[in-house]
Design a binder for this molecule. Structure first.
Ligand code: ADP
Ligand code: MG
Length: 317
């Protein structure tokens, strides 16, 4: 879907922000890019929709070089959500959402229906909110509108650059949950930048760890947790992990017993987090055994959610 071939970016001052990146982001994937400030995340993201020109290398979308796309077509077909809530203050919520559909010359009726549909999808009652101005909404509500605006013309790709990092922890968690639900319905290809490992683990199908303009590791949340490539990744993921490794219990995340139990692998209810993660790296689902009987199932998502939640508790307390 989105492919980077030896992509580099050197700014005018000689600063190598991105150095020989190779990546393949799959269709429908929730792809998270994480790294410390200055590691090149925003540069990678903005090169995809040509907000920043490449110095060398090639980016393909659906097999076609981005330089071969019409620039408007490219921008309109890629939703973009920023950290700073970038709604136009003098326009209503409805007008803000309608921007790209208007540019694409949609019929007014279709635009109106789309605004209502999107506001409902993110839990903002259309009759109340579509005619309000941005300043009449809370930060979390505004950012929710920012997400719907990016979705408005139904683009296949959405880029999100630290979209929730300006929000308080509660709104942030809520929006993360909403985004997980939303993605189940809309199945877009999402490239999501963050510097927060908890957020990355919670949201990502795969996570790409960057440092100094280079990719250090790409893997699923389980792979990163179980097999960090080097000390940098270990610290980035691991130092968060320590305190609740001991309190980890499969009993907290048991799901009802399913069909898969018959042919799937079995894990002991007393397994450690590490054992669980390494088994889940090769099995989507596991049956949990205690005292000789199967007491339930676990899957990757349940474990990762649990980890992300414990991390959030850590941070708050
Ligand atoms: P991140 O999003 O991970 O914080 P950026 O992609 O914004 O990182 O920046 C990567 C590096 O490129 C940093 O060292 C930053 O200072 C530098 N950089 C970013 N934008 C510019 C620019 N317009 N001109 C010069 N250097 C820049
Ligand atoms: Mg950035």
């Amino acid at each position: 879907m989105i492919q980077f071939d030896n992509v580099s970016k050197q700014y005018w001052d000689g600063n190598k922000a991105v150095n020989l990146i190779n990546l393949h982001i799959k269709e429908g994937e929730f792809f998270v890019i994480i790294g410390p400030s200055g590691s090149g995340k925003t540069t990678v993201l903005k090169m995809i929709n040509r907000l920043i020109p490449l110095t060398s290398g090639t980016i393909f979308i659906n097999g076609k070089r981005i330089s071969d796309y019409d620039i408007h077509e490219l921008r309109w077909d890629i939703g973009y959500v920023l950290q700073q809530i970038a709604l136009f203050p003098h326009m209503t919520i409805g007008e803000n959402i309608a921007i790209v559909p208007e540019l694409k010359n949609w019929e007014q009726m279709k635009i109106n229906e789309r605004i209502n549909e999107l506001l409902e999808m993110v839990g903002l009652e259309p009759d109340i909110y579509r005619s309000r101005k941005p300043h009449e909404l809370s930060g979390g509500q505004q950012q929710r509108v920012g997400v719907t605006r990016a979705l408005a013309a139904n683009p296949p790709i959405i880029l999100m650059d630290e979209p929730f990092s300006a929000l308080d922890p509660l709104s942030r968690e809520k929006l993360q949950d909403d985004l997980i639900h939303l993605q189940k319905k809309i199945k877009k290809t999402i490239v999501f930048v963050t510097h927060d490992m908890k957020e990355a683990l919670k949201l990502g199908d795969r996570i790409c760890v960057m440092k100094d303009g280079e990719i250090v590791q790409i893997g699923t949340p389980e792979e990163l947790l179980a097999n960090p490539e080097n000390e940098f990744v270990r610290q980035f993921v691991g130092e968060e992990q320590g305190p609740y490794m001991e309190e980890f219990s499969l009993h907290d995340i048991l799901l009802p017993i399913s069909e898969a139990e018959q042919n799937g692998s079995v894990i002991s209810a007393s397994a450690s987090l590490e054992e669980t993660l390494s088994l889940l790296a090769i099995n989507e689902e596991l049956a949990v055994e205690e005292g000789g009987t199967i007491i339930g199932m676990i899957n990757r998502q349940a474990v990762i959610r649990k980890l992300a939640r414990s991390m959030q508790r850590e941070v708050k307390s």
